[in-house]
Design a protein around this ligand. Structure first.
Ligand code: PGA
Length: 271
C-alpha cells in the first residue's frame, strides 16, 4: 500500500463489519498557538512550510493566531485553520471571531475544544455548539479530546467517552463524516509533557472508533479520522501513524519552525 495512506482492508472477521476500505492521506495540523511574535515571522514560517513540502501527498493545515490569519495565503495543499471560533453568528461578543469572518479569510478547518481553551472554562456543551456551527458553515472541525491523567484502572476511558459523546451532541450521521477527532492527552501537551506511546495511541484510536461506532454505526466509527497530538516531533511522529494507527498529527511546538515541521511531515512519508 502506498505510504502516506491508510487502508482498512483487513477488517473481515466475523464480529466485524464487512470489509471497509477507506483511503485517506495523512493530515498534519500545525497549531501555532500564540506564536510567532510578528506578522512578518508568521508569513516567513508559512512560506517556508509551503516551499519545503511541495512533494508531499499529505494534507497540511496551519493554524496561525487570529491577527495573522489574514496575512497568509492558503492553497489547495496548504490549508488554513483557526485555533478557535465563536459559536455565535455575530454581535456583542468582545474579543471573539465569528465563523463568517474566518471563512471570509479562507479558513477551512477550526480547532474546537483544545484543552488550553477548555481550561479557560469551555464546556463540552459549548464545544458541541461550536462543532455544529463549524459544520453548518461547511468547514471542518478538529475536535480535541483527552484525559488529564491516566489511571491504571482505566477510568480515563470513561472521561474520554463522555467528552466524545457530549462534544458531538447534535452532530448528524451525515455530518460525522467531516469531523476530525484529535486525541490530545493533557499530560502529553506542551513543555514538560511526555509524549504518549504509539501503543497508548493505538489503544485510544480503537476506543474512539468504538465510541463513535456505537453512536453512528460501525462503518462510520471505523472511518473517522483520528489525529494524535502531544509533544510530537520529527523523531517520534511516524510511529504514531504506523503503530498508533492515527491518521494524522496535531503538532504544537514542532510546527513553529518551518524546517522542523517539514522534516516531521517528510519523515512520515518516506518508505
Ligand atoms: P505540543 O502541542 O506539540 O507543543 O505538545 C500540541 C497541542 O497542544 O496541540
Amino acid at each position: 500500500m502506498e505510504r502516506g495512506r491508510i487502508g482498512f482492508v483487513e477488517a473481515s472477521g466475523q464480529d466485524r463489519a464487512p470489509d471497509i476500505l477507506v483511503f485517506m492521506s495523512y493530515l498534519f495540523v500545525g497549531n501555532w498557538k500564540m506564536n510567532p511574535g510578528s506578522g512578518k515571522e508568521a508569513q516567513k514560517l508559512w512560506k517556508e512550510v509551503v516551499s519545503r513540502t511541495k512533494k508531499t501527498k499529505s494534507t497540511i493545515v496551519m493554524c496561525p493566531s487570529f491577527p495573522h490569519i489574514a496575512l497568509v495565503k492558503p492553497s489547495k495543499k496548504i490549508l488554513l485553520g483557526a485555533q478557535n471560533a465563536s459559536k455565535e453568528i455575530e454581535g456583542a461578543y468582545t474579543g471573539q471571531a465569528s465563523l463568517s469572518m474566518l471563512k471570509d479569510l479562507r479558513v477551512s478547518y477550526v480547532i474546537v475544544g483544545h484543552s488550553e481553551v477548555r481550561a479557560l472554562g469551555e464546556t463540552d456543551e459549548v464545544v458541541s455548539k461550536k462543532v455544529r456551527a463549524v459544520l453548518k458553515k461547511g468547514m471542518t472541525p478538529i475536535v480535541c479530546v483527552g484525559e488529564t491523567l491516566r489511571d491504571s484502572q482505566g477510568v480515563f476511558f470513561t472521561t474520554l467517552k463522555n467528552q466524545i459523546e457530549n462534544s458531538l451532541f447534535g452532530v448528524t450521521k451525515e455530518q460525522i463524516k467531516k469531523v476530525v477527532i484529535a486525541y490530545e492527552p493533557l499530560w502529553a501537551i506542551g513543555t514538560g509533557g511526555i509524549p504518549a506511546t504509539p501503543h497508548d495511541v493505538h489503544e485510544v484510536a480503537i476506543f474512539i472508533r468504538k465510541v463513535i461506532g456505537d453512536l453512528y454505526g460501525r462503518t462510520l466509527g471505523d472511518s473517522v479520522r483520528m489525529l494524535y497530538g502531544g509533544s510530537v516531533d520529527k523523531d517520534n511522529a511516524r510511529a504514531f501513524l504506523d503503530e498508533g494507527m492515527a491518521q494524522g498529527l496535531l503538532v504544537g511546538r514542532a510546527s513553529l519552525n518551518g524546517k522542523t515541521f517539514s522534516a516531521l511531515i517528510d519523515a512520515c512519508s518516506k518508505k
